[in-house]
Write a protein of this length. Structure first.
Length: 168
């Protein structure tokens, strides 16, 4: 998908997400930096910081574990593992159990909250620790009838696309 289309659709997705009760009620948000053709999150970061929310981005650590670090601007992200933008390891690492909202990426989703990522299981492992609502951002074409799942696969509570919000 051309970047102009990713940008335009991402703007609609982010606007819809920022208007959700989940975003409005949150104080500590785990976010991700868009990679490849994932929905972008720059507007969400800006809105969260403006609203004085704490925002954390993932960094791949040893043994395939994701750890989160506080970020206030996109300029604090650097090319990291697998060329995914991530924060430096400065500051205190935060656990997924400390967030009141997690926003996650993925390749494909279904209306029951099924999610397929890039196949390494990083987010499945971290989502098993989460004690909060988990929301995915996706383009409409990424939502299909059924995602094949395995026992270890974790689901999301909602999916926000450019045209709708699917609550599971």
């Amino acid at each position: 998908m051309p970047f102009e289309e990713v940008f335009a659709l991402s703007s609609r997705i982010q606007e819809r997400f920022i208007s959700t009760p989940e975003f409005k009620a949150s104080k500590r948000i785990a976010l991700y930096a868009g990679f490849r053709n994932e929905a972008l999150t720059d507007d969400i970061l800006a809105a969260a910081v403006k609203d004085k929310k704490e925002v954390f981005f993932p960094k791949l650590a040893e043994k395939g574990k994701i750890v989160f670090f506080a970020v206030k601007t996109k300029t604090e992200l650097f090319q990291g593992s697998h060329d995914i933008p991530e924060p430096s390891a400065g500051g205190r690492a935060e656990s997924a159990a400390t967030f009141d909202l997690m926003v996650v990426p993925g390749v494909v989703f279904d209306e029951n909250g099924g999610r397929i990522g890039y196949g390494k299981g990083y987010y499945d492992r971290i989502l098993s620790e989460a004690r909060c609502r988990v929301v995915a951002l996706a383009f409409d074409f990424q939502v299909i009838d059924e995602v094949p799942t395995e026992e270890h696969d974790m689901t999301v509570d909602a999916i926000v696309t450019e045209t709708r919000i699917i609550r599971v």
